[in-house]
Design a protein around this ligand. Structure first.
Ligand code: ATP
Length: 366
């Protein structure tokens, strides 16, 4: 078992693209760590640089405290699972799983025993003699995982491990992968562009944009307190409301921190806590639809008023779009409380859930 340390890492392709652009991060021993970001942000390049399949242009990669920046891939102690699984079609499941051991000249008896044991761990019992083409997508994915685990690497690197599976299998495989990682306790870094997958699986998430780290935190932190409007936009199955606003009161002082103030936005005003901005400052106000509630009865404090435009069914919840002075604001409500289109509604949010971002830089005013 081992941690991974990345220091000042840059990976520049021969065409000049800085796919990884000055990154520092630490993955703890045994951690399940997600690299998340939109297509082209550099997450696969970062994973491949950790594996040694791309060479670092600047900076260092350490695995288990050993500098492996210039070490060849086979000697880094990493096992990687590729998006397309890269199974050998002419080999049986058993031969696929134990191929890395064969390369290392491990005895046939030990290989057979490893294949049996790993197949058991990965729910592949009874399939050891089949060829990859005779397996379902989910089973092929588990063979690729089994091969990585059987190679006894110190760290497991997974490139979009679930993306080739259909929606239902993907959910099953997610649960399977999470349990497997926890049972084995192996340090695992996985790449995904699917924020729901990262939130569901990872202990911590690195959100990347254009080769740079935009936020590093637990799923709860990146969901509840995105560090900037980029992360706010990217995380969450319903987009965060990001509204132009003006700080209207800061409880008397010119600037203040850790107190509740009021910010005016389309349709009224909201209370916000923990920000530093003077009265009159033009900001972007971020509030998730999940944290807004439809107020019943009279509201005395800050609130937004508007008319219901449309409601979308999300299963047990509905996402209601409310027109507040021409700006659409989303709020999720339990399905049974879904208001009729045209109804005038009042929205409130706890001050702790209303975030203020710098209008120019998009950074959280924390
Ligand atoms: P995706 O989710 O689409 O796989 P990603 O976040 O994994 O994207 P990368 O594949 O790491 O992103 O690519 C990062 C940047 O580097 C992109 O601009 C891409 O076009 C560029 N890039 C990737 N591979 C190469 C290469 N071999 N040569 C030159 N540029 C490359």
């Amino acid at each position: 078992m081992a941690g991974i340390d990345i220091e000042g890492l840059a990976t520049v392709y021969p065409n000049g693209v800085r796919a990884v652009d000055g990154l520092d991060l630490h993955v703890a021993d045994g951690e399940f760590f997600a690299l998340l970001g939109p297509s082209g942000c550099g997450k696969t390049t970062l994973l491949r640089t950790i594996a040694g399949l791309e060479s670092a242009t600047e900076g260092k990669v350490r695995i288990d405290a050993v500098d492996v920046t210039r070490t060849e891939p086979g000697k880094r102690g990493v096992a990687m699972v590729f998006q397309d699984y890269a199974l050998f079609p002419h080999m049986s499941v058993s031969e696929n799983i134990t191929y890395p051991l064969k390369v290392r000249r491990v005895s046939a008896a030990t290989r057979a025993e490893t294949a049996e044991r790993t197949a058991g761990e990965l729910s592949l019992d009874g399939l050891l003699e089949r060829k990859p083409a005779q397996l379902s997508g989910g089973q092929q994915q588990r063979v690729a995982l089994a091969r990585a685990i059987a190679s006894r690497g110190k760290v497991l690197l997974l490139d979009e491990p679930l993306s080739n599976l259909d929606a239902r299998l993907r959910l099953e495989a997610r649960t399977f992968l999470k349990k497997l990682q926890r049972d084995l306790g192996i340090t695992t870094v996985f790449v995904t562009h699917d924020q729901a997958e990262a939130l569901a699986l990872a202990d911590r998430i690195a959100v990347m944009e254009a080769g740079k780290l935009r936020q590093l935190g637990s799923p709860r932190e990146v969901f509840a307190r995105p560090a900037n409007t980029f992360v706010a936009n990217f995380i969450g199955s319903t987009p965060m409301n990001l509204l132009p606003g003006t700080v209207s009161s800061t409880s008397g002082s010119e600037t203040y921190v850790d107190e509740v103030g009021v910010v005016s936005v389309a349709g009224g005003s909201l209370s916000a806590a923990t920000f530093s901005a003077p009265a009159g400052a033009e900001v972007t106000v971020g509030v998730r639809p999940e944290y807004l509630t439809l107020a019943s009865g009279d509201v005395t404090g800050p609130a937004l008023r508007g008319q219901v435009v449309v409601a979308e069914n999300l299963g047990t919840q509905s996402l209601v779009s409310v027109d507040c002075d021409g700006t659409l604001i989303g709020v999720t409500v339990p399905e049974e409380n879904e208001p009729e289109p045209g109804t005038t509604v009042v929205l409130t949010a706890p001050a702790s859930r209303v975030l203020l971002y710098d209008r120019e830089s998009g950074d959280l005013l924390a």
